[in-house]
Design a protein around this ligand. Structure first.
Ligand code: NIG
Length: 415
């Protein structure tokens, strides 16, 4: 059988391609200290077969010379909301003129999304995924949450699964206009979750004043946990709340936003990783903090305390209309006090851990078992990006400059 994408017969052994001339290879792999200078790597099929110093590169069928550029893992964007229609430019303008962000704007997008055709929704997701890919993103999670009826949430989950690597159910985004809050939570935790479950990898709740309080969040998380579904939370975005602590208590994969954290919250997130335990990732969303003019999440404090931190774009039409992980990384460095290496790790391996994709065999929405992502190392999925620069330092040193010049995903050059 012929594979059109790889241009080869699948019965033949996969072609080995050596990518050489790498001035700096960021691997995120403890085995080589996370970084190799004057490096090469070998891609075979959809996986990395070898990494090491250029002088030791094995022979291969084909050689690509990067002439002194930097290579790093593709971005793993672990928090987006890409299934939507409509426009909220006016809301953004009002915010920049001094209006505060309020979760009520979500209902504006809900109306537009319900009214949109499947073709229009798909075209929007496809456009955003392509934009993210050009910026170096190779793994994308996206959420439902702009449908908020059983039919519209299932539609969102089903369509998203055609384009992204993981879909999260966010029926608990806000209580839709006109609905009774108690009845809506019962719908989300009951029939809606039943209907959407075959299409999603996790359940999320926006735990915030104006969205869902602690009692409602617990009702939904209790059901998700009882069904064995992964949990994640939006928490501590607009003010201090119980989100971070609940996420740890419920063994959530991640809690995202985190602009308002007490020392106890930071300690709880850090200690969730004590011993050999797999804890809750603290996901920060720098572009969202800027676009809503809210306090920046304390990424430095979280890392210093021992928490595992991820950086994501939070691409959505209300609070963060960008797919740019490079912008998020530069902001984390310039404004949140992370080193470039810490920020790059958080936006690659951190995101992979937040999605449970740092381990072999995670299932994509089509049910295909995938190699681990977030590390450029033997056996990992061959997802990496090439910068038109000699080092990842340039991501913050030259902020706003589109440095990604090539993107490989599953062993295929896509950009
Ligand atoms: O992650 N916080 C809740 N949800 C989105 C905002 C969505 C919107 O305003 O449309 C977020 O920021």
């Amino acid at each position: 059988m012929w594979d059109d994408q790889r241009h080869q017969d699948v019965n033949e052994p996969p072609e080995a391609v050596v990518i050489d001339g790498i001035a700096e290879l960021t691997t995120n792999d403890e085995a080589n200290g996370g970084r190799i200078r004057d490096a090469a790597l070998v891609v075979e099929g959809d996986r990395i077969a070898w990494v090491g110093p250029s002088r030791a590169a094995p022979p291969a069928d084909r050689r690509v010379d990067l002439a002194g550029r930097a290579v790093l893992p593709g971005w793993v964007d672990s928090h987006t909301h890409m299934v939507f229609a409509g426009d909220r430019t006016a809301e953004f303008e009002a915010r920049m003129a001094g209006e505060p962000y309020a979760a009520g704007g979500i209902n504006v997008t809900v109306q537009a999304t319900r009214a949109a055709s499947e073709a229009d929704l798909e075209a929007n997701i496809e456009r955003l995924v392509a934009e993210a890919r050009r910026g170096g993103t190779t793994t994308i999670e996206t959420k439902t949450g702009y449908g908020l009826t059983l039919t519209d949430e299932v539609r969102a989950a089903r369509l998203a699964g055609r384009y992204v690597d993981a879909v999260t159910f966010l029926g608990a985004h806000v209580v839709p206009a006109g609905a009774d809050p108690d009845e809506y939570v019962a719908l989300v935790a009951g029939p809606m979750l039943d209907a959407v479950a075959p299409f999603v990898a996790a359940v999320d709740v926006f735990c915030e004043v104006g969205a869902f309080d602690e009692a409602a969040t617990r009702r939904i998380l209790d059901v998700a946990r009882a069904r064995g579904m992964a949990r994640r939370l939006h928490g501590n975005q607009l003010g201090h709340g119980p989100g971070a602590q609940l996420a740890v208590e419920y063994g959530a994969l991640s809690v995202d936003h985190l602009g308002f954290l007490t020392d106890d919250d930071v300690a709880a997130l850090a200690s969730s990783w004590a011993g050999a335990r797999r804890g809750t990732v603290a996901t920060v969303l720098p572009a969202c903090d800027l676009s809503t003019r809210m306090p920046l999440a304390p990424a430095r404090r979280l890392l210093d305390a021992g928490a595992v931190v991820a950086i994501a774009s939070n691409c959505n039409p209300g609070t963060s209309f960008t797919t740019s992980m490079a912008f998020s990384v530069a902001t984390a460095v310039l404004q949140m006090g992370l080193t470039v290496q810490e920020a790059v790790r958080a936006a690659t391996l951190g995101g992979a851990i937040a999605l449970g994709m740092d381990e072999e065999g995670w299932l994509d929405p089509r049910g295909a078992a995938q190699p681990a992502v977030g590390v450029v190392g033997p056996g990992r999925r061959a997802d990496f990006q090439v910068l038109d620069a000699p080092s990842v330092t340039h991501l913050a040193y030259r902020p706003g400059v589109p440095l990604t010049s090539a993107v490989w995903r599953s062993g295929i050059r896509e950009v």
